[in-house]
Design a protein around this ligand. Structure first.
Ligand SMILES: [Cu+2]
Length: 314
């Protein structure tokens, strides 16, 4: 024992002296922010009610690692803006009708809410959605890989605060420019494939296994539902005995307490793939442990639409 310790010490001393005398001392440099972005590694953080992220990204495949260090559930959605429109247009013409509309829904005045949403500008309906993460619980990290075309984006989260106001109105909207130069990232290799289609719902040939899983999501079509956006995929773990109806109710922002803090108890939101257009493909990663899971869209009445599938891991 003592002898082997002595040999180890000697070996260390020799290597230390050799390195000191050598010109080629190994240095471990941490990559710069730009190097990481070139590799498609995009770190996003929320500590309060903001997106801490670089304001210029490279195009092509990008992995968004979204650390939710706040006390509320959030998501990341990448809105690809029409030519000439920016965050200023959103704040002037999009946020106000949504703010008034939501206030009217909470007051129980649906007619005035519909009238408010009627003030949304025509161009709002030509915004394209280029993916992002699914809903993610406090303290969790969502990892989603999406393909970004060059252009101007708004990164947004439209979950609602406890007072019913949109997170977008509280700062969760950030303009991001995606440049022409692509990242060096290739599409990930998936362990499971999920298809989503408005007529057939969410379909998975084989449920994922335990441990780290990379899920590929294929958007075979897309449509605008009654809540003004399309379908997406959220992976949620749930405790035995909880009501999935309470989850479905919460996932409809058109309900006064829907998509509003607090999120229903007994559910852990583990990310997913946010809205993509028809033919779009995205990937998300999750670490799966034994338990009950549901893949569900953030749309009104998801189960009726088939945008809902449960599985169990043992
Ligand atoms: Cu949020």
């Amino acid at each position: 024992m003592k002898k082997s310790l002595l040999i180890c010490c000697l070996a260390f001393l020799i290597s230390f002296c050799t390195n000191r005398n050598s010109d080629e001392v190994a240095t471990f440099e941490t990559p710069t922010l730009d190097e990481l972005l070139r590799q498609g590694q995009v770190a996003v953080q929320t500590k309060g009610m903001e997106f801490l992220v670089a304001d210029t990204l490279y195009s092509g495949w990008n992995t968004i690692s979204y650390q939710n260090q706040s006390g509320e559930v959030h998501f990341v959605l990448m809105d690809f803006y029409p030519e000439g429109k920016t965050i200023a247009d959103n704040k002037r013409e999009v946020l106000p009708p949504f703010e008034v509309g939501m206030k009217k829904i909470i007051e129980g005045n649906m007619d005035e809410a519909i009238a408010a949403f009627g003030n949304l500008p025509e161009w709002f309906f030509s915004v394209q959605y280029h993916g992002g993460t699914g809903l993610i619980s406090p303290g969790q990290t969502a990892k989603s890989t999406i393909f970004l075309s060059p252009g101007l984006y708004l990164m947004e989260c439209y979950v609602k605060a406890a007072n019913g106001e949109w997170h977008t109105s509280h700062g969760m909207i950030k303009q991001i420019i995606v440049r022409d130069t692509p990242t060096s990232m290739a599409a990930p290799t998936a362990s499971t494939s999920i298809n989503i289609l408005s007529t057939e719902g969410i379909q998975m040939a084989t449920p994922p296994g335990l441990g780290k899983q990379v899920m590929e999501v294929n958007f075979q079509d897309q449509k605008v539902y009654e809540h003004f956006v399309g379908h997406d995929v959220n992976l949620i773990r749930y405790e035995d005995g909880v009501s999935l109806d309470s989850l479905q109710f919460w996932l409809n922002w058109m309900n006064p307490t829907g998509l509003r803090t607090p999120a229903p108890k007994g559910f852990t939101f583990l990310g997913g793939m946010n809205n993509l257009g028809e033919g779009g493909k995205g990937y998300f990663e999750a670490e799966l442990t034994p338990g009950n899971y549901v893949l569900i869209s953030e749309v009104p009445e998801a189960e009726k639409k088939g945008l809902f599938t449960k599985f169990q891991l043992k």
